[in-house]
Design a protein around this ligand. Structure first.
Ligand SMILES: C[S@@+](CC[C@H](N)C(=O)[O-])C[C@H]1O[C@@H](n2cnc3c(N)ncnc32)[C@H](O)[C@@H]1O
Length: 649
């Protein structure tokens, strides 16, 4: 049989791939086996592929982090290991280092990420350099309204109230999926207070600029400052939002100037620059990526009034992953420093607001959580999911709590349990025939002996009465408590069935191996206002190589606010708090689900998988912006900026 040239080429290619796969496996195995570092280095020098990921998505860098070998991590990074490759559990090596509290490994990886993203930014801004075949820039190719400004501006928006009575702005995507452009819970974020309250020009009236009206939360806060802004400029691009603004009377405020269109259209215009320097600038747009935000940064020196001026923006950069978020926080910080901004951060407790909403919805029961571990279970759900489920649990459980009736039942039961046996006792005593030998001095009816001395088979009358009384008490106990127990238990079953249904729903969405907490309600107490939910938090995707090491938890909170001069960030719960306190605040992000297929990836695919990379980083995380009422964690669904495509430039 003769083989064609193509057959031979294909065979050779197959052989090469097989060889690479073997080398890749061998390299990972050696690292996990803690083979001396010189041997590992020799294997890398001999062609061990650093881009290779095994069936679990583990790369050599992941493996080096698992064995916490800082020197090896540095060596692999220096030799081209991909800092942002994610494994099948969607964890990058940095995430694993975080979960292991390994500051050394984490910092090396994060810094590699920062360098790489800064470099990509630079390359992208220099046409000539970016033409190099060595550079790869990620570009968002999501053409839906969630990922493309043009589609977004052409789409219809709906302003309505959510289940909690909060105003929301919804956008229906082509696949009928609904994305919240802005959710009311963000009212709890005190950005404006932080930006303005200690500003030296506050009493004269600040000059403020807000890009993106949305629900007008930020703009309303500006208007509610102790002194109304002297000049309040709003740039808004969407016609439906502009219509809504008109209906709300924003056009009638003399000090408010509304610029209709994209900020890109005004940023260098006399209409905007003519207003003069701004004391405070805030930007929070939709469906734009980091490239646009970076572009906006570049105009800040022209827009801000002076050294006291402040700027803040909505920060959801790379927010689907702890490491990527951290990298982009640093990247944006560096980019802001480039335009002369000092950056500081502060925490915002966004749960405070959702907590209020939840408690206002609970009718008569309050929830108490009894967890065996940390409160990090909260971070396994997006905020809206959590906020919609907890009231449902309390509402349902409340049906099995009737305070008044339970008090009456309790008082009557106790009274009956005391009175009835006593009454029965006397009735029985008088009704029962006298003992045969009641005249026997040694054995009257009142003695302590249960039996007649003469007749051991004859039961004393008093003891008979006591026995009957006791039997009555037992019967009453059964009659009184069993129905109550059954009723409460039924409540427990109903709520737990609901929790199981949600769990199944989540599992269907997130896959059978997704780390999902198991919530179970204990039986509601009698006249107790509390229901108890026990929460079992699964170990987060233990590695087959290092079963004790949990990879990082996923997060409820996906977005945070970054501000320059004064900054909001999100409070997060940390399973194993990283030793690097600076890293801690970035921790707890939801890993992206839009990961590609596993196996040896193309050299650029890793950043795509994480959704990170210049120009491809979502500014928002859609999971936070879901419609309330949607119940399953939305992890498997669209990221605003997905899918990405690798584009060689
Ligand atoms: C997330 S909302 C802003 C929410 C707002 N910060 C608030 O307090 O309610 C984003 C807003 O930015 C607007 N937007 C999106 N792209 C824009 C652009 N290029 N220029 C101006 N506005 C834009 C959207 O129409 C939307 O109203």
């Amino acid at each position: 049989m003769s083989l064609s040239a193509q057959d031979i080429a294909e065979m050779m290619e197959d052989t090469d791939v097989d060889e690479m796969v073997e080398l890749g496996h061998d390299l990972i195995f050696s690292i996990l086996e803690r083979t001396p570092i010189d041997v590992v280095k020799a294997k890398v020098d001999a062609g061990g592929p650093l881009w290779f990921q095994d069936d679990e998505g583990i790369s050599a860098l992941h493996a080096a982090v698992y064995v916490e070998n800082t020197e090896l991590v540095r060596f692999l990074i220096q030799n081209g290991a991909l800092w942002n490759a994610v494994d099948n559990q969607h964890n990058s090596p940095g995430d694993i280092a975080l979960s292991l509290n390994n500051e050394g490994c984490y910092t090396i990886i994060r810094d590699a990420g920062i360098r790489s993203e800064l470099l990509l930014t630079l390359l992208a801004s220099r046409e000539t350099l970016s033409n190099s075949p060595l550079s790869l820039v990620l570009k968002a190719t999501d053409t839906t309204a969630a990922g493309s400004t043009e589609s977004y501006l052409a789409s219809r928006l709906r302003f309505e109230k959510d289940a909690h009575g909060q105003e929301i702005c919804l956008l229906t995507l082509e696949d009928e999926d609904e994305v919240g452009v802005m959710m009311g819970w963000e009212r709890g974020i005190k950005t404006v207070r932080l930006l303005c309250h200690d500003h030296e020009n506050l009493n004269e009236g600040l000059k403020v600029l807000n890009v993106g009206f949305g629900l007008g939360i930020i703009d309303t806060f500006f208007e509610e400052l102790p002194r109304t802004p002297a000049q309040h400029v709003i740039i808004e691009a969407h016609p439906d939002v502009l219509k809504h603004m008109r209906e709300l009377g924003w056009y009638d405020k003399p000090h408010v100037k509304i610029l209709e269109g994209k900020w890109q259209d005004f940023i260098e215009s006399e209409e905007l620059l003519g207003v003069g320097g701004f004391d405070v600038i805030y930007t929070d747009t939709f469906s734009e990526d980091y490239k646009e935000l970076h572009n906006f940064f570049g105009h800040l020196p022209d827009l801000l009034a002076g050294p006291e001026s402040r700027f803040s923006f909505f920060h959801g950069l790379g927010a689907t992953n702890a490491t990527f978020y951290d990298v982009y926080t640093h990247v944006s910080e560096l980019h802001l420093a480039e335009v002369g901004m000092d950056v500081s951060w502060s925490d915002v407790d966004v749960f405070a607001d959702s907590g209020k909403r939840v408690s206002s919805l609970t009718r008569s029961l309050r929830l108490r959580f009894h967890t065996s571990s940390s409160p990090m279970f909260v971070i396994l759900y997006p905020a809206d999911v959590w906020a919609s489920r907890i009231p449902a649990v309390t509402r349902t459980a409340s049906r099995y709590f009737k305070k008044g009736l339970e008090w009456i039942w309790l008082i009557v039961s106790f009274a009956a349990l005391i009175a009835a046996p006593v009454a029965v006792y006397f009735v029985a005593l008088h009704s029962l025939p006298d003992d045969d030998n009641s005249d026997d001095n040694n054995n009257n009816d009142h003695d302590r002996d249960r039996f007649d001395d003469d007749d051991r088979n004859s039961f004393d009358r008093y003891w008979k009465a006591r026995l009957i009384s006791f039997a009555t008490w037992i019967a009453l106990m059964v009659v009184v408590f069993v129905p109550m127990h059954m009723w409460k238990n039924h409540g427990k079953r109903v709520v737990n069935q609901m929790l199981i249904n949600w769990e199944n729903e989540d599992r269907a969405v997130r896959g059978p191996n997704a780390p999902l907490p198991t919530l179970r309600m204990k039986s509601p107490g009698v006249i107790s206002k509390h229901i108890k939910l026990s929460v079992n938090i699964p170990p987060m995707a233990p590695s087959m190589y290092n079963p004790g090491s949990n990879v990082p938890p996923v997060s409820l909170r996906h977005c945070s606010y970054m501000m320059t001069s004064c900054t909001d960030d999100i409070k997060q719960y940390i399973a194993n708090g990283p030793m690097d306190p600076a890293a801690a605040r970035y921790y707890g992000q939801q890993p992206p689900q839009n990961v590609g297929q596993w196996g040896p990836p193309p050299t650029s695919a890793q950043a795509t998988q994480g959704g990170a990379g210049f120009g491809g980083v979502p500014l928002y995380n859609p999971h936070d912006e879901r419609v309330p009422g949607y119940s399953a964690p939305t992890l498997a669904y669209s990221d605003e900026k997905n899918p990405f495509e690798d584009v060689k430039v």
